[in-house]
Design a protein around this ligand. Structure first.
Ligand code: CP
Length: 328
């Protein structure tokens, strides 16, 4: 199996295959059927940085395919705290696992780790660099949300809002969207937290268009509004991050003022619910265009597909009845 380190390794055919397999996983995430295709397989789930949904959805995806999950959480609980290299850690842990999912605060760390690994490694976020599985589940969600409105991804207008400098999910998603046709990007961020130049170059080189704004002024005919959190943990200090927290809030009134009625609202989550940040207000929770929890549900489908493909079992999945009823 191949490592999954960056969205750069996917083309449209690969994405279509992942999404087709993800579609077939719905009977398991809805608990209508069960499968044991990964019976006996072990996932090493290594999260050296905080995570709720990526860590738990990788684990859930693996469990739903019949496999077992071993977790290591935090640098201080591992021998990395004693100065062991990522290479050695990978060499060791890959002897205990069939596949590894990993998050680490340093850009390039998962790639470095993968060099010592004897099993496929999946990047669950490497510092400010990339979060490829999030981008795939975001794209899968965009495809489904647009299909609901009888649209497809080509010709999409997406507004990305907030901390576009340190938000790795927007980097990966922007690169993935470049594979499609006639994508329009509107980047709404404080000048200091704008989209990195290398992403802007990728967009231009792929023949797409972008606009840059430093405030939420004006009307956006965006199909998708992708909101982000100020990535406080990547700033030199909390005070520095606080300068930007709460600057690009979205609530129902602002949404109605600036976006069209069908604009789908996305956010990789977690959203910062503290009163001084609150970038995505709870008053949007009843808005039918709020797709944030459809994103988190889709994350399990996409990660199941990635495990099935990485371990070469996508055509071996068999269904069994579940003894335990489930009300989805
Ligand atoms: N979207 C995302 O990566 O969330 P977690 O940090 O909870 O994994």
């Amino acid at each position: 199996g191949q490592h999954i380190l960056s969205v750069n390794q996917f083309d449209l055919d690969a994405i279509t295959q992942i999404f087709n397999v993800a579609d077939t996983m719905q009977v398991y995430t809805r608990r209508e059927k069960r499968t044991t295709v990964l019976d006996g397989a072990i996932l090493g789930n290594l999260f050296f940085e905080p995570s709720t949904r990526t860590r738990v959805s990788f684990g859930t995806a693996f469990n739903l395919l019949g496999g077992e999950v071993r977790e290591t959480v935090g640098v201080s609980n591992s021998a990395l705290a004693k100065g062991e290299s990522l290479y050695d850690t990978a060499r060791v842990l890959s002897g205990y696992s069939d596949v590894i999912a990993m998050r680490h605060p340093d850009a390039g760390s998962v790639e470095e780790f993968s060099k010592g690994s004897r099993v496929p490694c999946i990047n669950g976020g490497d510092g400010p660099n990339e979060h490829p599985t999030q981008a795939l589940l975001d794209l899968y969600t965009i495809k489904k949300e647009l299909a609901f409105h009888q649209r497809d991804i080509n010709g999409l207008h997406i507004a990305m809002v907030g901390d576009l400098k340190f938000g790795r999910t927007v980097h990966s998603l922007a690169k993935l969207l470049c594979l499609f046709k006639d994508i329009r990007f509107t980047f709404i961020a404080p000048t200091e937290l704008g989209m990195p130049d290398y992403i802007l170059d990728t967009i231009t080189n792929a023949g797409h268009q972008f606009n840059i704004q430093d405030s939420l002024d004006g009307q956006f005919d965006a199909d998708i509004c992708y909101q982000t959190r100020v990535q406080e943990e990547r700033f030199p200090s909390k005070e520095e991050a606080n300068k930007y927290r709460g600057k690009f809030r979205l609530n129902q009134a602002i949404y109605t003022q600036h976006f069209k009625s069908k604009t789908v609202i996305m956010h990789p989550l977690p959203r910062d619910s503290r009163a001084d940040a609150n970038e995505l207000d709870n008053d949007l929770n009843q808005n039918p265009n709020l797709a944030i929890f459809r994103q988190t549900d889709n994350g399990v489908l996409v990660r199941m597909a990635l495990f099935a493909l990485a371990l070469g079992v996508e055509n071996k999945v068999k269904d069994y009845e579940r003894a335990v009823p489930w009300h989805y």
